[in-house]
Design a protein around this ligand. Structure first.
Ligand SMILES: Nc1ncnc2c1ncn2[C@@H]1O[C@H](COP(=O)(O)OP(=O)(O)OP(=O)(O)O)[C@@H](O)[C@H]1O
Length: 383
């Protein structure tokens, strides 16, 4: 755990870059510092590894005041990655990654083996190990930067806008890669960005800073989206806050019905009987619900409206309409909504991890789920 205890930083010019910061950063989680330019994110980050020392207050790392620790010793336990990766241009990729192990006295062979292992971990081919940084793409350089920071297996990682110099597609893949790595490594990560979407994607908790180096709100992404503390945070979170919040609500809050799925080989009379049965089953208005037609392998073929059922024969005579799917038990409610918006039925087809149909979320069930989420947002806002 990293604790900021009444931390203020004033540079010579006078005004505070960071002002009275109290903050706890839990072990094994990603905490993101986000806020507009100049709000003191980088200064706060650099006080953790003593690249900057506070004017007032203390920073504790697992209870130890970092001002009492010799900076080189402190930094051995803290990996650090900056924008543009900051690689040594005249050292190869493997030498860059092996820098800290070599400083720690590892022999050349062991340090190289560790470097190669880490390059693989961050998704780089071993063939890149003997190139120089200038021979890599921006995204590859950032991966090397992350590998280098991980080389001595430090418990803490400080990442200062590490992905901001790469294009959005590469950036999204680096973000996913970091989340995958973190699921394995469980480091204590402090990540600085000015991009609120990046903060929401990566953070277990997000600290929103306002200009003047003050903390505006510290919360989980979900709670931040549901209940911004004030107008500054609300503005900073930007548009689509309600829909974005659905990414944090499990899709399972929407009830899945199994009585509206019919195989394409079923005959129309049986399908009609299924609809009548659904109506009698207390679920309401079954006779008006659309049916999800599945192929013999259990995969979806599309929706059929009751009024579009053929007069006789099997459902193979019907013309299925477009559909969207979500993976039950995995995807968030946002994916259920998205799937529903791709379907003229207004409902979503639930599939398992192999794409086989498990049931459907009807329009009505989705409405009920959204209403519950909206009620929850009201509670979060009232606090
Ligand atoms: N070495 C320094 N000397 C004087 N002032 C500084 C120094 N470093 C930062 N500042 C000032 O402190 C304030 C906070 O800077 P900091 O770099 O921490 O902000 P930031 O939130 O990381 O901004 P950005 O997103 O633009 O990088 C700014 O007003 C900046 O001008």
């Amino acid at each position: 755990m990293i604790t900021f205890d009444g931390v203020t930083k004033r540079y010579a010019a006078g005004t505070a870059a960071v002002d009275g910061l109290d903050l706890e950063i839990p072990t094994g989680e990603i905490t993101v510092f986000v806020g507009p330019s100049g709000c003191g994110k980088t200064t706060s980050l650099r006080m953790i590894n003593r690249m900057v020392d506070p004017t007032e207050g203390r920073i504790l790392l697992d209870g130890v005041d970092v001002s009492t620790v010799d900076p080189p010793a402190l930094r051995r336990g803290i990996g650090y990655v900056i924008q543009q990766a900051g690689l040594f241009p005249h050292r190869t990729v493997a030498e860059n990654v092996a820098t800290v192990p070599r400083l720690l006295g590892w022999d050349r062979r062991r340090a190289r083996a560790r470097a190669l292992e880490l390059l693989e971990r961050v998704g780089l081919e071993a063939a890149l190990a003997d190139r120089y940084p200038s021979q890599l793409s921006g995204g590859q350089q950032q991966r090397v930067g992350v590998a280098r920071a991980l080389a001595a297996d430090p418990p803490v990682l400080l990442l200062d806008e590490p992905f901001s110099a790469v294009d959005p597609v590469v950036r999204a893949s680096l973000q996913q890669e970091l989340l995958r790595l973190q699921a394995e490594l469980r480091k204590t990560i402090v990540f600085v960005t000015h991009d609120i979407d990046e903060a929401i994607t990566l953070g277990d908790r997000v600290a929103v800073f306002r200009t003047g180096g003050r903390l505006a709100q510290l919360d989980t992404p979900e709670r931040l989206l549901a209940g911004p503390a004030d107008d500054f945070v609300r503005e900073f979170l930007g548009r689509d806050r309600g829909v974005r919040r659905l990414s944090f609500v499990p899709g399972d809050v929407a009830r899945v019905r199994t009585d509206l799925t019919v195989p394409v080989t079923a005959d129309v009379a049986a399908a009609r009987a299924a609809l009548e049965g659904a109506a009698d089953g207390g679920a309401g208005s079954g006779a008006e619900e659309w049916l999800a037609v599945v192929d013999p392998g259990g995969r979806p073929l599309g929706w059929v409206a009751p009024r579009a059922l053929p007069g006789a024969g099997t459902l193979a005579e019907a013309r299925p309409e477009p559909y969207g799917t979500f993976v039950r038990g995995r995807d968030p409610l946002r994916a259920v909504l998205d799937a529903a918006l791709l379907s003229p039925s207004g409902g979503a087809i639930a599939v398992d991890g192999d794409g086989r149909v498990e049931g459907v979320v009807t329009r009505r069930a989705l409405d009920e789920a959204l209403a519950r989420v909206a009620a929850g947002a009201g509670e979060a806002a009232r606090g």
